[in-house]
Design a protein around this ligand. Structure first.
Ligand code: NAD
Ligand code: UDP
Length: 313
């Protein structure tokens, strides 16, 4: 049994990770400031004897004796990370410094939840880990993209300079139960709009592409990365290489919900990447990992979850 700290543990991905780690028999400390996460996401875990929930902001130091740290604290949806962009940079950069400092002090292994956004609007397709990216340093997405890029730098420097045991995963678009209904990300938006019979908002022409990974596949990859040999630090892409345009996604959601919703077109947000698809050869080779859940199956499970959310609102 290990004692494991999960920052951002009350968020969408964090809540699934906490549940998985408890199921494996570990002690879990879930730390969150509830900016985009909620106690409701981990309500089912709160009476678990090996689970602790702590309100804390990662921009401030936190000290606890742990064996492993999963650093997930950071808003992930464009509307949330752009709400207070300075705070987003602080969360990524100061959060990384504080958690790496803790890892160094207590000798913990630490995993960073990085992102496909480090590739920006990619000029290389699909994206492999050696690609350095195409990121605007002064745009509206920069607070998130550059914050996450700087966090990767800090992780590598703590590793090289202080021998901290690190792991970096670059997560591609992930969806599933526990996403916030007003989170603004495309999968939750389309499903909620379809279930409510509201217009489905396509930004731009809808020809831009993303590759959607179901959350269970991601959790398998993240825990696999944490538990593999210390010599493999990453960064490693974790995503589903099946690529869809936003129009194709909207059509799937309409078909699976049986909705009568219409498609409406809205302006494309600034710096919105035109395409995104992971090259996952490194994860296959080093972690023996590949995603198992097809989009239709994952969407069906996510729609079931949102039916409960929508009927309760
Ligand atoms: P989320 O917004 O649901 O979860 C983030 C959690 O971090 C929330 O619970 C939030 O309250 C908490 N948080 C934010 N700022 C904090 C702070 N300063 N101190 C403490 N807690 C703080 O998002 P998510 O989708 O679960 O993403 C989790 C992590 O994975 C993030 O680091 C995100 O950048 C990364 N990621 C997610 C995706 C995706 O598609 N979901 C893709 C790439 C990377
Ligand atoms: N998008 C859309 N309609 C929405 C929300 C998002 O067409 O209601 C588009 C958005 O412009 C982007 C894609 O869907 O091209 C994915 O957006 P999301 O915010 O989920 O993630 P990210 O852009 O960070 O990959």
């Amino acid at each position: 049994m290990k004692r494991i700290l999960v920052t951002g543990g009350a968020g969408f991905i964090g809540s699934h990770l906490c549940a998985r780690l408890l199921n494996e028999g570990h002690e879990v400390i879930c730390l969150d400031n509830y900016f985009t996460g909620s106690k409701a996401n981990v309500e089912h875990l709160r009476n678990h004897p090996r689970f602790e929930l702590v309100r804390h902001d990662v921009i401030n130091p936190y000290i606890v004796e742990v064996d492993e740290i999963y650093n997930l604290a950071c808003p992930a949806s464009p509307i949330h990370y752009q709400y207070n962009p300075i705070k987003t940079v602080k969360t990524s950069v100061m959060g990384a410094i504080n958690m790496l400092g803790l890892a160094k002090r207590v000798g913990a292994k630490i995993l960073q939840a990085s992102t496909s956004e480090v590739y920006g609007d990619p000029a290389v397709h699909p994206q492999h880990e050696e690609y350095w990216g195409n990121v605007n340093t002064v745009g509206v997405r920069s607070c998130y993209d550059e914050g996450k890029r700087c966090a990767e730098t800090l992780f590598m420097d703590y590793h090289r300079q202080n021998k901290v045991r690190i792991k970096i995963v670059r997560i591609f678009n992930t969806y599933g139960p526990n996403m916030h209904p007003n989170d603004g990300r495309v999968v939750s938006n389309f499903i909620v709009q379809a279930l409510r019979g509201e217009d489905i908002t396509i930004y731009g022409t809808g020809q831009q592409t993303r590759s959607f990974q179901y959350v269970d596949d991601l959790i398998e990859g993240m825990t696999g990365m944490m538990n593999c040999d210390d010599s493999f630090v990453g960064p490693v892409n974790l995503g589903n290489p099946d690529e869809f345009s936003m129009l194709e996604l909207a059509e799937k959601v309409i078909a699976l919900t049986g909705s009568k919703s219409r498609l409406v077109y809205r302006p494309l947000p600034a710096d919105d990447p035109r395409q995104r698809k992971p090259d996952i050869s490194l994860a296959r080779e080093q972690l023996n990992w590949s995603p198992k859940v097809k989009l239709d199956e994952g969407l069906t499970k996510t729609i079931e979850y949102f039916k409960g959310v929508v009927s309760g609102t």
